[in-house]
Design a protein around this ligand. Structure first.
Ligand SMILES: Nc1ncnc2c1ncn2[C@@H]1O[C@H](COP(=O)(O)OP(=O)(O)OP(=O)(O)O)[C@@H](O)[C@H]1O
Ligand SMILES: [Mg+2]
Length: 331
């Protein structure tokens, strides 16, 4: 078996036209997802998570310029020709978005939407497509599939519609699912149900997952590894079980410390001083330098490259060292 991951993003950079000039919004993203594994991409609003996911689909805004490499099973996505890209999106990779209503035609029936995804994009005969869609709707917890397929999107709750979108994604039998904040618009109970459905579908199919969220705790609960993004850069990549309290990058640690948790009740919440930057606002040196409690002169002049720290990487000149005890526990 090859050791090459299913998806490998190498020093990805994205420039977009903003106010008439090209500006760098994603500086450097490095990420690997082995076949069947779940990786989370976590970061604050505007850090570049969605653009990273869109680059995997080759679906960036007009005028975008891509640097670096996005390899799916060894094939370069930025270099795919339009025809190959269409086939790739129809078969190898599928995406679930934060707001399902923005990604479904409100005037068409749910059944038509799901069945056409198979007949048009994958050439599946209509009767077979209908059978398959009904089975997948049951799998994602929609037992009255026949009735739901006759309905329009506005007749379904947000949670049900997100299940329909997950069904559409699974029907394509992709090897990789991109889920971009799939539960942010839902209430807490529905969020848990939707995450459980994604988890079960992954286990049943050996599906790889890129899970985008701003919630570190959820990321660690759902995924094997976590990549943390700040201002257009993946600043740390580490196993999920090292996240809590034992991350190396000061930003990851600050994010965790700023998150309210049950054990913190009554304690004063620590928040990160300053505000998050967008990629195009980043000065020279480390993007997090101005807000970092560990920053020294070097951090203001030299941008840190990602380097191995224990069983992950951190783009930091002065990462938090793991204690011997911590290292031993995870050796
Ligand atoms: N179509 C676009 N044209 C110009 N700039 C864009 C476009 N899409 C995104 N950007 C900019 O790129 C940066 C990263 O955007 P992106 O949507 O990837 O962030 P995000 O991490 O997904 O944030 P959120 O958590 O709010 O979804 C932001 O500064 C955003 O303003
Ligand atoms: Mg986003």
């Amino acid at each position: 078996m090859s050791t090459e991951p299913l998806l490998r993003i190498d020093a990805l950079g994205i420039d977009l036209p903003l106010d008439g000039e090209l500006r760098t919004v994603v500086h450097r993203v490095d990420l690997g997802i082995p076949e069947g594994a779940a990786v989370a991409l976590v970061g604050e609003s505007g850090s570049g998570k969605s653009l990273t996911a869109r680059s995997v689909l080759g679906l960036l805004p007009p005028g975008a310029r891509v640097h670096g490499e996005v390899l799916f099973a060894g094939e370069s996505v930025p270099r795919m020709r339009p025809e190959r890209l269409r086939a790739f999106r129809a078969t190898d990779v599928a995406m679930v978005f934060q707001d399902p209503r923005a990604h479904i035609n409100p005037a068409r029936g749910i059944g038509d939407f799901l069945i056409e995804g198979l007949t048009t994009a994958r050439g599946v005969p209509a009767a077979e497509a209908s059978r398959k869609v009904t089975a997948i709707l049951r799998e994602v917890g929609i037992p009255d599939a026949e009735r739901r397929m006759r309905q329009r999107p506005h007749e379904l709750s947000g949670g049900l519609l997100q299940r329909v979108m997950i069904a559409a994604a699974l029907a394509a039998e992709p090897r990789l699912l991109l889920a971009d904040e799939p539960t942010t618009a839902l209430d807490v109970t529905t969020q848990e149900e939707v995450m459980a459905i994604i988890g079960e579908a992954r286990a049943a199919r050996g599906l790889a997952l890129l899970f985008i969220t701003h919630d570190l705790e959820l990321a660690a609960a759902v995924c094997d590894r976590v990549a943390v993004m700040y201002a257009g850069t993946t600043v740390e990549e580490l196993p999920a079980d090292r996240l809590r309290g034992r991350a190396s990058h000061p930003y990851t640690r600050a994010l965790l410390a700023s998150r309210p948790s049950v054990s913190d009740i009554g304690a004063q919440l620590r928040s990160i001083p300053g505000r998050p930057l967008s990629g195009f606002e980043v000065p020279g040196g480390c993007a997090f330098g101005d807000r970092c409690p560990r920053a020294r002169d070097l951090c203001r002049t030299d941008r840190p490259e990602p380097a191995s720290v224990e069983d992950g990487t951190a783009a930091c000149h002065f990462p938090h060292p793991l204690t011997l005890e911590e290292t031993g526990r995870h050796a």
